[in-house]
Design a protein around this ligand. Structure first.
Ligand SMILES: Cc1cc2nc3c(=O)[nH]c(=O)nc-3n(C[C@H](O)[C@H](O)[C@H](O)COP(=O)(O)O)c2cc1C
Length: 365
């Protein structure tokens, strides 16, 4: 994509985000296929070791919806006539059948991964023009929806039969066709692009977030200094070397094997920009804590840069506190993730991995 095209594309996207709030809602028959298509898009989010540790539940059953809403402490919720509720669960660990009994599989970064998927979900609803409401999540949701012990209630959403567009299924499919092409990129071309594009992408992200929370308790910080990028790479690689050579468990090594990664993190200096995401310690709104919000913001940001032809990688150095030092951030700001952002190198081959099918992570009630 040329820079002029990128600029036009992000401006158009920003206008559509503002429209989402301003335009009049029309009664639209929102079929389950639309909701499924949107959840299919959410399922394309990056995840630690490609484990996709999430379950989505679409609740259409009247009695079930009412029982759930009765437990939700939120003004006016009980009287709301949502056509659907969507519950998102984080799978803290995986469960597989082994020798006739259930065995646990360790999940890597389930909270971060699930919040990215939630970000993709909210961005897809915005794109399609369907208004949604975030509702407080009660732990009783697991029992009410018969979910198993590895699944933790993460997000609850109410949906009306209202939209700002009438062709919602087509829009949902269009959104999926674009986002489904996103891949994590570990090799970047040296081609530069204007920082304003990233600033605008952050504006898009914060505007979408602002529809759901009053206070944005996370920050997306652009790093363009070559010196700082090099410092981040040096510190990250020192930790990675120790991880790959000393600390890594066999199980973890097996989980990472298909990705063909090692301790070298060349992308941290090759990409023209790094985006470092921080969240505020202890801050949380009525609906989501600040770490989850940081993940949702990162998810929205990833899909925004993807739509203007840029690539990224959700990289989680471990430990991450050195980022506060290099970027002179007070320790009340906790680093969440580092995303190199740039054009994908023409010779980059993403690893051959597959995503779960919708049926593997969707339940309908
Ligand atoms: C929380 C989190 C941490 C990740 N950490 C790394 C990482 O350290 N190195 C890496 O190469 N990829 C990392 N990834 C990217 C995943 O490996 C990638 O999303 C997954 O394999 C699926 O591939 P895709 O993003 O191309 O669909 C991470 C993803 C998430 C969500």
């Amino acid at each position: 994509m040329l820079e002029d095209e990128q600029r036009l594309s992000i401006d158009k996207y920003f206008d559509s985000i503002k429209e989402y709030n301003d335009q009049k809602l029309i009664e639209t028959d929102i079929s389950t296929s639309v909701i499924e298509s949107i959840i299919k898009s959410a399922g394309t989010a990056p995840s630690g070791a490609n484990q996709q540790p999430w379950t989505y539940v679409i609740i259409e059953d009247k009695g079930k919806k009412q029982r759930i809403l009765n437990t939700v402490k939120h003004p006016n919720t009980c009287s709301k006539n949502y056509s659907y509720l969507i519950a998102l669960f984080k799978q803290n660990y995986g469960l597989v059948e082994k020798d006739g009994s259930e065995a646990k599989i360790k999940h890597y970064y389930p909270q971060e991964s699930t919040s990215l998927s939630a970000g993709f979900l909210l961005a897809a609803f915005q794109y399609v023009g369907i208004k949604i409401e975030l509702l407080p999540v009660e732990q009783s949701l697991r029992k009410e929806l018969n979910r198993s012990s590895n699944e933790v209630p993460f997000l609850l959403i109410g949906i009306d039969n209202k939209s700002i567009h009438d062709d919602v299924l087509q829009l949902a499919e269009n959104y999926f066709n674009v986002i489904n092409r996103r891949r994590s990129t570990r090799k970047y071309s040296s081609q530069k692009f204007n920082k304003e594009l990233l600033q605008k992408a952050i504006q898009c992200t914060n505007t979408i977030l602002g529809y759901y929370v009053n206070e944005i308790s996370c920050e997306l910080m652009i790093v363009d200094s070559e010196e700082k990028k090099q410092q981040i790479r040096t510190r990250a690689e020192a930790n990675e070397k120790r991880l790959y050579e000393e600390l890594i468990t066999d199980e973890w090594r097996r989980a990472l094997k298909p990705l063909k990664t090692d301790w070298r993190k060349q992308h941290l200096t090759d990409a023209p920009y790094l985006l470092v995401v921080f969240f505020k310690k202890g801050a949380h709104s009525e609906l989501v804590d600040s770490k989850t919000l940081a993940g949702i913001a990162t998810g929205i940001m990833i899909q925004t840069v993807h739509r203007i032809g840029l690539s990224t990688l959700t990289y989680t150095p471990s430990p991450m506190q050195f980022l506060n030092e290099i970027l002179t951030k007070p320790i009340s700001n906790i680093p969440f993730m580092v995303l190199p952002i740039g054009f994908c190198a023409s010779d980059y081959e993403p690893p051959h991995i597959t995503r779960k099918s919708l049926q593997q992570y969707l339940v309908k009630i």
